[in-house]
Design a binder for this molecule. Structure first.
Ligand code: SF4
Length: 457
């Protein structure tokens, strides 16, 4: 097999190394393609008999890699056709951003020759897992507004108070979310220990991985087996805590990278990532920036989930990051949120979209006048994404409903922190017959969009 020379340029090809070398285990033990595709149904790997594979089923890496499902993805990628499951990377590339596909192909480029040489026409390839990504359950100390109890069990009670009846959790699903424990299993860790001799990359997200006991267990296994020195360790963390045990273990790895989930500067971050305390987060970022060598940190970046709450506060976070740090990357990674859709910036009204565009353009000028030359493609990517959809009165009415429900429970106010949202939060106009009709039509459009997405994913 051969690839064109420009295969790793945006939108030129669909080849990605991950289906050959990566294993992703999600919060409930689901085996999925990669975290970038997790919201897509086809991301859940199925056995040839059509059943979703869970880590508790005991499939080996070879059995998973040989499934028809995985072979179809590989075949499609080698032919240059985007598998439906990789839509997120495709969209990022179409919006001019750098997709995870492009980054992973760069990072693992040394594996591409054997992949091309050893993959047959049916998509069969040798088992060679070099990168593992684990979400070890839903233990987290935060209850972020855009999160789900699957990722933070602390959110369960509020979720049921805020969500529409059809989305509420009850009975067995509540019990499962409260007692998620597939990772408290000796066999799993024995197999992990047996399969890390040539591991190059180990990633943990959550939940909050820095407070999850089994993450420490995994790191200790890597050290005991003598594999740590070859492993690049990465975390998605809310950086509210840097436990002593982690500080002691990190220097024993090849390098450690942190992607700090921070969505805004100051009180707005605490509002979104409730009940974090900005003073603690700022102190921890300063420790990391100052002590990165002692902690063996290779790369630290802020990763912001761009949504309606923070899009008008992004400039503050970006400027803080540029002014404050010497080691932490000055430009945060900006990742657009698409689920739940009522927080998605695509559905904002046009007047707010214009305001966002103006703010971004002003920010860009200020950064440029301070000598900044890198990272602007992130801003462009967010603007392109925002403008790739149209205002939905129905989705925005859901935004308003959910925001008011959370605000009442938490005794907070979105408008106090983001006054620009005051128009969006007004409910009176909804009562006029004309606006009622528009809302109904908008709901139909939203439903039609959902059906279309389901059918053509
Ligand atoms: S192309 Fe993107 S979504 Fe698909 S496997 Fe690669 S990183 Fe994941």
């Amino acid at each position: 097999m051969i690839l064109p020379n420009d295969f790793n340029e945006a939108s030129r090809h669909s080849f990605c190394v991950l289906p050959w070398i990566h294993r992703f285990i999600n919060l409930g033990g689901e085996i999925q393609l990669c975290c970038n595709s997790e919201e897509y149904e086809q991301s859940h790997i199925r056995s040839d008999s059509g059943n979703l594979i869970n880590v508790t089923d005991g499939f080996t890496d070879k059995q998973i890699g040989d499934t028809r499902h995985m072979r179809e993805i590989r075949k499609s990628m080698l032919q240059g056709t985007w598998p439906a499951v990789c839509k997120r990377c495709m969209t990022v590339e179409q919006c001019g951003g750098t997709s995870r596909r492009v980054s992973e192909n760069q990072h693992f480029k040394h594996h591409i020759p054997w992949i091309l040489e050893n993959t047959d026409e049916q998509g069969h390839a040798p088992v060679n897992i070099r990168s593992r990504d684990y979400r070890l359950g839903n233990l987290c100390n935060l209850r972020c507004r855009m999160c789900h109890p699957r990722a933070s069990k602390l959110l369960l009670e509020e979720w049921n108070q805020v969500s529409r009846r059809r989305l509420r959790l009850k009975g067995e699903s509540v019990r499962q979310l409260e007692q998620m424990g597939w990772f408290q299993n000796e066999k799993l860790w024995d197999e992990f220990a047996d399969n890390i001799h040539d591991l190059e990359h180990l990633h943990f997200a959550g939940g909050e991985p820095l407070i999850t006991p089994e993450v420490i267990q995994a790191l200790e296994i890597c050290v005991e087996k003598g594999a740590a020195k070859q492993i690049e360790l990465t975390f998605n963390t809310n950086i509210t805590k840097i436990p002593r045990k982690h500080r002691d273990l990190w220097p024993q790895f090849k390098t450690v990278n942190l992607f700090c989930s921070i969505d805004a500067f100051g009180a707005l971050n605490d509002y979104i990532r409730y009940p974090s305390k900005w003073a603690t987060i700022a102190r921890n970022l300063d420790i990391i920036d100052r002590e990165h060598e002692r902690l063996n940190l290779g790369l630290v970046a802020i990763s912001a989930t761009v949504q309606i709450y923070n899009i008008l506060g992004l400039a503050d976070l970006i400027e803080y990051s540029h002014e404050r740090f010497s080691f932490i990357r000055p430009m945060p990674n900006l990742v657009h949120l698409s689920m739940p859709d009522y927080f998605d910036i695509k559905f904002l009204p046009d007047d707010l979209k214009k305001l966002v565009a103006k703010q971004m353009s002003d920010l860009r000028q200020r950064l440029e006048s301070n000598g900044v030359v890198n990272g602007f493609e992130q801003l462009d990517g967010i603007l392109t994404y925002m403008n790739s959809g149209s205002h939905s009165a129905f989705v925005m009415s859901e935004f308003r409903r959910v925001t008011i429900a959370f605000d009442q429970l938490r005794e907070e106010s979105a408008v106090d922190l983001v006054p620009e949202l005051s128009g969006l939060m007004q409910t009176t106009s909804k009562k006029s017959p004309g606006s009622r009709f528009r809302l109904i039509m908008s709901r139909f459009e939203w439903l039609a969009g959902r059906i279309k997405n389901k059918l053509f994913r």
